[in-house]
Design a protein around this ligand. Structure first.
Ligand code: ASP
Length: 597
């Protein structure tokens, strides 16, 4: 190598040694006669001193050094003079006295400062990703990613799993998103689909007798992007044969606990992970991915609402809706403007409006509450007794603000769950150093889609229902429960998985119920159904999202993009390669594709 040691590796035991270093000029300070630079390589920084008396050649070369130039320096490692030690730098006890220097490659002035952790526009960072990745924070994120993935591989290897790659050019595997398609040049009009996940492939591997499979797998989903989504993401895809739910969950709990405690060690963990039923989390948090770092649980107020004189409340209930709410502790003094802000927040999340009740008299007891301490647009329609009932159910005390949404269950739950997160953040209840995991179980097998007026799988169509629920398929499909489980953490869904249908006939029943014709079933799933007829073992699996998990683990990630080396923007664009991009007419012709405006 051009260098004898990495910059970041130098310590006091190297004092007296002559070393050759190579790296980037991180910072340069000219102190009259002496020039100091922080020299950076992938292992860290070290201070180099250029003294014209010691080496006129090195000093002269260093005079030209600018930020991000690539340079080579030879010199002697010395202890820093007393009083100049830097305890914040791993190499802070030493410095290198340069005896020779050479410029390996100069650099244009970077569009942002790599040595400072300042706020830089993300688009600019992505346009110059190769510079952004030089920053300490991005470097740390990628190193963390490497460590976590390596830990996963070693952990699973030690438990008898084997990693098997599956193809990227494949056929549609539905996970609820659109497919990315790749046209075939050889077969005009035919397309490959990029896998939304290796779901069918891992099930085929179970049929093939690989009882413990995993893969660090890339998944491609053409869907409307949200903050925590990317067109392609990485999963730990995993499948096991001869297992029940607890086998999968137990393994995942151990793995995630280990990673947080042994690899990251900057996070507090609540052990053991909670196991929560879907109905219960929906009731208490209005979402199947609750942030469990704080309480603020929702309470059902439908019964109280029915008895009030409020038109708004009664109308919602009469229309088949529900009334739910929760208390924001200490927010009873919110101004009109603050309340309006929360109302607008709820409305943009689909609620028709937000009903608020502020209870004045912080520090006093609920028993002594009088109607003169109640501020609410609904005050005229509520008796003191009803206000107290609402307060009791939401666990509100004087000094709190009760937030209530009335409407169809889905609307009320969606708005309230997001309001709950918003209040949790405002009240600083979302400690980022804490990770509170939970498994959510007993999901419904199907969800009703209002737009298409059809049932769709809540997870995916390979998920098995609870065995005793099969008879409900004809009579009451909405109440069928699935052998589906999710892992959630801090308000994010980190993994989904299930025990699968390993019997062809049962799997086909689900497909037919979902409206697939025999031809569609054969065309799309023939390969899997065929395999299920050749001794398919009972099997199940899960697929934790690596990007999301790393985002939660990292101290330096503002979004999942910060834990991915080359992510896409929220508009699914890569600003470095400028993709997606048009291709030449020849290329299209070769693929038998014509673009219609
Ligand atoms: N294939 C599923 C997904 O990508 C996970 C699983 O069921 O294992 O969400």
């Amino acid at each position: 190598m051009l260098k004898t040691i990495a910059c970041g590796e130098l310590r006091s035991n190297h004092v007296g040694k002559t070393v050759t270093l190579a790296g980037w000029v991180h910072k340069r300070r000219d102190h009259g006669g002496l020039i100091f630079i922080d020299l950076r390589d992938s292992r860290g920084l070290v201070q180099v001193v250029f003294n014209p008396e010691r080496s006129p050649q090195a000093h002269q070369v260093a005079e030209n050094f600018r930020s991000e130039w690539v340079v080579l320096v030879e010199g002697e490692v010395a202890l820093r003079p007393a009083g100049t030690l830097n305890p914040h730098m791993p190499t802070g006890d030493v410095e290198v006295y340069a005896s020779r220097a050479e410029v390996l490659n100069p650099s244009k002035t970077p569009p942002f400062d790599i040595s400072e952790d300042g706020q830089v526009d993300e688009l600019l960072r992505m346009q110059y990703r190769y510079l952004d990745l030089r920053t300490a924070r991005m470097h740390d994120n990628l190193v963390l990613r490497h460590r976590v993935v390596k830990y996963i591989r070693d952990f699973l290897d030690a438990r008898g799993f084997i990693e098997i790659e599956t193809p990227i050019l494949i056929k549609s595997t539905p996970e609820g998103a659109r497919d990315y398609l790749v046209p075939s040049r050889i077969y005009p009009g035919s397309f490959y689909a990029l896998p939304q996940s290796p779901q069918q492939l891992k099930q085929l591997l179970m049929v093939a007798g690989y009882e413990k499979y995993f893969q660090i797998a890339r998944c491609f989903r053409d869907e409307d992007l949200r903050g925590d989504r990317q067109p392609e993401h990485t999963q730990l895809d995993l499948e096991m044969s001869f297992v029940n739910e607890e086998d999968v969950l137990g393994l995942i709990e151990e793995l995630f606990t280990d990673i947080v405690e042994k690899v990251a060690s900057n996070r507090k963990l609540v052990k053991p992970f909670a196991r929560l039923r879907y109905d219960d989390v929906m009731a208490r948090y209005g979402t199947d991915k609750p942030d469990l770092r704080f309480g603020l649980e929702l309470a059902d107020l439908t019964e109280v609402a029915k008895a009030t004189e409020s038109h708004v409340l009664r109308q919602a209930v009469d229309g088949g809706g529900i009334v739910k709410g929760f208390a924001a502790p200490g927010c009873g003094g919110y101004s009109r403007r603050q309340v309006d802000e929360l109302t607008a927040f709820a409305q943009t999340r689909g609620a028709r409006g937000l009903i608020t009740i502020s209870l004045e008299g912080e520090g006093t007891s609920l028993d002594s509450l009088g109607m003169d301490q109640v501020r609410s647009t609904l005050a005229r329609f509520l008796t003191l007794e009803q206000v107290k009932q609402i307060a009791q159910r939401t666990k509100a005390k004087p000094g709190d603000l009760i937030l209530i949404v009335a409407g169809p269950a889905k609307v009320a739950n969606t708005a309230l769950s997001q309001l709950r997160n918003e209040i949790g953040q405002r009240l600083k209840l979302t400690d980022p150093t804490q990770m509170v995991f939970a498994f959510v179980t007993d999901f419904p097998l199907f969800a009703w889609n209002e737009e298409t007026k059809a049932w769709e799988p809540e997870h995916h169509l390979f998920t098995a229902p609870a065995e005793e629920h099969w008879p409900l398929l004809e009579t009451d499909p909405g109440s069928m429960r699935a052998r589906h489980y999710d892992l959630v953490c801090n308000g994010m869904e980190l993994a989904s998985g299930s025990i699968r249908n390993h019997n062809r006939e049962k799997q086909e029943r689900i497909m037919r119920f979902l409206g697939y014709t025999s031809e569609q079933i054969e065309d799309r799933f023939g390969q899997l159904l065929g395999a299920l007829e050749y001794g398919a073992p009972p099997h199940g699996g899960i697929a934790p999202g690596i990007d999301r998990f790393l985002y939660l683990l990292s101290d330096h990630a503002d979004s999942i993009r910060d834990v991915i080396a080359f992510p896409k923007t929220q508009n699914a664009v890569d600003p470095l390669f400028h993709t997606p991009a048009p291709v030449t007419p020849e290329h299209l012709r070769e693929l038998h594709i014509r673009i219609e405006e």
